[in-house]
Design a protein around this ligand. Sequence first.
Ligand code: NAD
Ligand code: UDP
Length: 311
Amino acid sequence: MKRVIVTGGAGLIGSHLCRKLLEQGYDVVCVDNFYTGSKHNIADIVKNPYFELITHDVEESLMINASMIYNLACPASPVHYQKDPVKTVRTSVFGAINMLELAKKSNAKILQASTSEVYGDPAVHPQPESYWGNVNPVGLRSCYDEGKRCAETLFFDYWRQYGVKIKVARIFNTYGPGMSVDDGRVISNFILQALRNEDITIYGDGSQTRCFCFVDDMVDALIKFMDLGDEITGPVNVGDICEISMKELAQKIISISGSKSGIKYLPLPENDPQRRKPDISLIEDLVSWKPVTPLDVGLEETIKYFKEIQS
Ligand code: NAD
Ligand code: UDP
């Protein structure tokens, strides 16, 4: 059977993943409750006869037969996941249990969209998969970080205890067309502010770093990882490795968009990681994957997308 479930299929990464899987000849079932995703993201595929949309919250159980499940359902932006932290934990933990039960019953392979946040504010740089992380269990980010860590635990326990075929991908900052206008993550904030010639809001002094992966590269890696044999479980890091500070990012976005924006410094949110960069040698070895979209090119595409949806 070539039926694939994508939970969170109406979100940034999920919508691009659904599109790519359809191109590859799969029957795609998108399961989403539109908490942060949008119908706009899947408007071009919703009438495709091989695409099915199920409006459903992964906190509730689900029974559909499929041969593969990509479990992406979860808000990813700090603004969104901190809005209702209890719901964020429920989505990660109950969502993981429900989708793992589905995988167990239908003998499907299941991939978990985990996160670099399992490393917290890392004391090791760059972060290899062997690093156990530096996570505050009681802070504002904990609902997401600990929810995702518990989901990883559940994946490995279902694998050990029931033999479920799992894959765990630790996704690092990913951006691109499909981000919502109220997303609140840095790339969408900076681009929207630049397009409106408003001050760019840098939190802290802007010296904190991230590496930004274009969404097409991320989807390519996730599919390649899923297609590996059942003996490969991960966890594997997936992300770009070009590290940039938020100050440099602001300057780059102002320059590419030709904006007249100035810069405004605001307080740094609690437990904001100071540096983040993946060690991607494992995924490179496993599937010969490397991100290929330079940041400038990805930003141009994303700026074009925001101009279109704003007009
Ligand atoms: P997104 O917010 O754009 O998409 C998440 C999707 O999940 C949305 O369509 C949303 O409506 C849906 N969703 C949320 N809660 C749900 C629930 N309870 N039931 C059903 N659907 C639900 O986020 P994204 O950037 O596309 O991230 C996708 C996945 O990748 C998430 O699991 C996220 O944690 C992970 N991830 C993303 C990044 C990144 O930088 N984009 C980094 C690390 C991990
Ligand atoms: N950030 C910022 N201005 C904004 C939004 C975010 O300076 O308007 C910073 C944020 O404090 C963090 C970095 O940008 O240091 C990345 O934030 P984002 O929310 O995109 O993702 P995170 O990696 O923190 O989950």
